[in-house]
Design a protein around this ligand. Structure first.
Ligand code: SIN
Length: 292
């Protein structure tokens, strides 16, 4: 096992710096690098502008934030998402019948698959991929069903200077086509076409100004402008590198918990280790900008 130092610990030190104290919420960090559990807020009640500002800041500082014991209707979940921007409609996944912006996240004993198994950034194949996703889990299995989150700031920071220079200015093709047919068992009809887009391999976060690695196994197909075997090798390296546990936190769900992650700064991975039990909830996804 490599030491923390050789894994890039010193190079990502600045990521753990604390911001100013919070006044209207509490933030309990899961790790120095990523993840914060928010306390002192009931999302079913009106949220003041000051609290909203602090929730925004907590998201920017921690990249993924968590809320426990929340009791939201579908409309309240949607309204909370709208406070962060326009809502995104998933190009393929099942949604609640009356609310196309309310994605269904559900796996049980009859499921052929579960959402989000494998590291990915949500819908990065969109030309303007979602800024964030707000997952509300109401039904949990007795054990398991955790979600892992990895900081793409930390992954970028820990790259060698040579690799950073190599990646500088490169773009990669993201494509959702290979998900065609995956939702057929949920009675969801396939779309005629699936989105695709070229995005920078390293993006600059529009709020924090920090650089983040922006390729993911779920959607990135190849790096543009280099031979395909070179692209395959570089992507393989970057996927292995980003999955370093040093960059991660792991959220253990309880019923009525919420995770809100910033797709511009993290990748996530849902564990389907609870079959034949049921895990169920909804995801509201907030639209984002074209990565730069
Ligand atoms: C997803 O939105 O990718 C699913 C995440 C999860 O179910 O934990």
């Amino acid at each position: 096992m490599s030491s923390l130092r050789s894994l890039g610990g010193p190079r990502i030190k600045h990521l753990s710096e604390e911001g100013a104290p919070f006044e209207t919420i509490t933030v309990d960090k899961l790790t120095p690098i990523i993840g914060g559990e928010i306390g002192g807020v009931d999302l079913s009640r009106p949220i003041s502008n000051r609290q909203m500002d602090e929730i925004h800041r907590a998201l920017a500082e921690n990249s993924v934030i968590f809320f426990r014991d929340q009791h939201l209707s579908q409309d309240q979940h949607l309204d909370f998402g709208r406070r962060f921007g326009e809502l995104h409609i998933h190009p393929a996944a099942p949604a609640e019948p009356l609310h196309p912006e309310l994605m269904v996240i559900h796996a049980d004993k009859d499921s052929p698959r579960a959402n989000g198994e494998g590291w990915h950034t949500d819908v990065s194949c969109d030309p303007e991929p979602p800024m964030g996703s707000i997952l509300y889990i109401r039904t949990c299995p007795p054990k398991g069903g955790d979600t892992l989150f990895a900081s793409m700031y930390a992954a970028y920071e820990a790259l060698s200077d040579r690799m950073k220079s190599y990646l500088d200015g490169l773009t990669a093709r993201h494509n959702g086509e290979h998900y065609r047919g995956q939702y057929a068992n949920y009675g969801v009809k396939d779309k005629e076409t699936y989105p695709f887009a070229d995005h920078p391999v390293v993006r600059t976060h529009p709020v924090t100004g920090k650089k983040a690695l922006y390729v993911n196994k779920g959607f990135t197909r190849y790096i543009n402008g280099i031979p395909r075997d070179e692209s395959d090798g570089v992507l393989r390296y970057l996927y292995e590198h980003m999955a370093n546990p040093l960059f991660q936190c792991r959220f253990r769900w309880q019923e009525n918990s919420i995770a809100f992650w910033d797709n511009r700064a993290v990748q996530h991975h849902a564990m389907w280790d609870y079959w034949p039990h049921t895990r169920s909830g909804n995801r509201v996804t907030v639209k984002g900008d074209r990565p730069v």
